[in-house]
Design a protein around this ligand. Structure first.
Ligand SMILES: Nc1ncnc2c1ncn2[C@@H]1O[C@H](COP(=O)(O)OP(=O)(O)OP(=O)(O)O)[C@@H](O)[C@H]1O
Ligand SMILES: O=C(O)C1=C[C@@H](O)[C@@H](O)[C@H](O)C1
Ligand SMILES: [Mg+2]
Length: 165
């Protein structure tokens, strides 16, 4: 959460001349309410069901850049879908930076707790191996601004395209 998927995904799509989708934004657009309201009314389980549906639909689109929500990786069905339909990029960012980036934002219900640092640590421990399981590229996001991260991803993408021709 807060690793830069939305920010970097949007910039990457622009540089590639491709459409950009964000699964969180799709869910908000479809329901007409903010994510904390969905968590309040339907619980995390309800939100995850919507997320899985959106990810399955976006996987049908070809040639697009998709930013998922941070927890999408938890569901084996989402992981299979992401791995089969796309080239997955894991933005690996240390917890203290994630905390800095998310601390003033009330739009992430899982972080509205007494100790968000401990929560981010726990989420990272649980999710890091799952991201690594499906990632085609791991970006060390600790020292990169978003433009540099995008350039790095593009360079790797071009290498990958050359290898497959
Ligand atoms: N490489 C970066 N360097 C510095 N700040 C960044 C970088 N990437 C994103 N940010 C900032 O960090 C915050 C969180 O970024 P963003 O919303 O893109 O994260 P996210 O991974 O999409 O989070 P979520 O999992 O909640 O969807 C934003 O304020 C954004 O401007
Ligand atoms: O990491 C998470 O579990 C989440 C991240 C956000 O992108 C949203 O999908 C939601 O706040 C849950
Ligand atoms: Mg996001």
């Amino acid at each position: 959460m807060g690793s830069g998927k939305t920010t970097i995904g949007r910039q990457l799509a622009r540089r590639m001349g491709r459409a950009f989708y964000d699964s969180d934004h799709e869910i908000v657009h479809r329901t007409g309410v903010r994510i904390p309201i969905i968590f309040e009314l339907e619980g995390e389980a309800g939100f995850r069901r919507r997320e899985t549906q959106v990810i399955a639909e976006l996987a049908q689109e070809g040639g697009v850049v998709v930013a998922t929500g941070g927890g999408a990786v938890l569901d084996p069905a989402n992981r299979a879908c992401m791995k089969e339909s796309g080239w997955v990029i894991y933005l690996d960012v240390p917890t203290h930076i994630l905390l800095e980036r998310t601390r003033h934002d009330t739009n992430r219900p899982l972080l509205q707790v007494a100790d968000p640092a401990a929560k981010l640590n726990a989420l990272r421990t649980e999710r890091d191996p799952l991201y690594r399981e499906i990632a085609g590229l791991v970006i060390d996001g600790s020292r990169l601004n978003s433009q540099t991260a995008v350039s790095k991803i593009l360079a790797e993408w071009e290498k990958r395209c050359e290898l497959s021709t």
